[in-house]
Structure formats: structure tokens, C-alpha cells
Design a binder for this molecule. Structure first.
Ligand SMILES: [Cu+2]
Length: 151
């Protein structure tokens, strides 16, 4: 009986520990996720969104997966010697309370060889993977650079 009690106490404390460390995927908010419709004749694309960390601890985005593309990578544009180029990054760190906007000219998800050509508005799932091993599926929508804003 005492052994059983000890086991229960151990299980309870493990549960409490897990609860005090929320998974990154359950904490990070992903807002306005979009995938660019590739320019005619091309099958590479990029995805953008706003990441928000409302939690009180740091989380790190380490990878992105997309079933609709052959390969997805975290990239960043940077200007060096007056030249804009992009490079692959290993991770994107989200400090407590921080927002990181993926946008043209900055961080983006590079998508290689889309397996079909999306139409404007099509839903496309991205899977974000964090350093604690948790994953979050985000539904992005296809947007075309030829879509004109209503102004
Ligand atoms: Cu890129």
C-alpha cells in the first residue's frame, strides 16, 4: 500500500512538472499564415506569418515541414555589401513576449518544388517544429502577388 502511494505521488509530481512546462506548440501563436502562389513557370515558393510568444519562457522554432512541397527550409534575407541574399537558418528564437514577423526581405519559409500549383485562397498545411519536439499544424492560405489590394 505504501509503495502504491509513493508511485501515485511520483506520477502526480511528474504531471505537475509537465504542466508547469507548456509545450512550445501549445504556446506559440501563428497569425496570418500565407503561401505565395509561384510566379508562372516556377514551382518554388515561400511562406510568411507572424509568430507570437505570449508565454513566460523562450521557445525556438527549429524546422518547418510541408507535405505539398518536396522540401521546406527556414530562411532569412540579409543585405551584405549592398547585395540582398538569402541563407538557411537553423532556428528562430522567440523570447518571452516576443513577436517575429516572417515577411518579404526577412525571415521566410522557403518551399522547394511544390507538388501542385495552388490557386489563390487554397488552404495549405505547414507543420512547425519546436526545440522541445512539439509540433503545430498551421493552415496557410495561398496568395498571389497579382492579387491587388482593395483601395
Ligand atoms: Cu529563401
Amino acid at each position: 500500500m505504501r509503495l502504491l502511494t509513493l508511485t501515485l505521488l511520483t506520477l502526480l509530481s511528474v504531471a505537475a512538472w509537465a504542466e508547469s512546462r507548456p509545450e512550445a506548440a501549445a504556446t506559440i501563436e501563428v497569425i496570418d499564415a500565407t503561401v505565395r502562389v509561384p510566379i508562372p513557370g516556377k514551382d518554388n515558393s515561400s511562406a510568411y506569418f507572424l509568430l507570437r510568444n505570449p508565454g513566460d519562457r523562450e521557445h525556438v522554432l527549429v524546422d518547418v515541414h510541408a507535405e505539398f512541397a518536396e522540401r521546406a527550409e527556414l530562411h532569412r534575407h540579409e543585405t551584405r555589401d549592398g547585395m540582398m541574399r538569402m541563407r538557411r537558418v537553423d532556428s528562430v528564437t522567440l523570447a518571452p513576449g516576443a513577436e517575429v514577423r516572417f515577411q518579404s526581405g526577412g525571415y521566410h519559409v522557403m518551399l522547394f518544388k511544390l507538388n501542385r500549383r495552388p490557386r489563390t485562397g487554397d488552404p495549405l498545411d505547414l507543420i512547425l517544429e519546436f526545440d522541445d519536439g512539439s509540433r503545430q499544424t498551421v493552415t496557410a492560405h495561398a496568395v498571389s502577388v497579382f492579387d491587388r489590394p482593395h483601395h
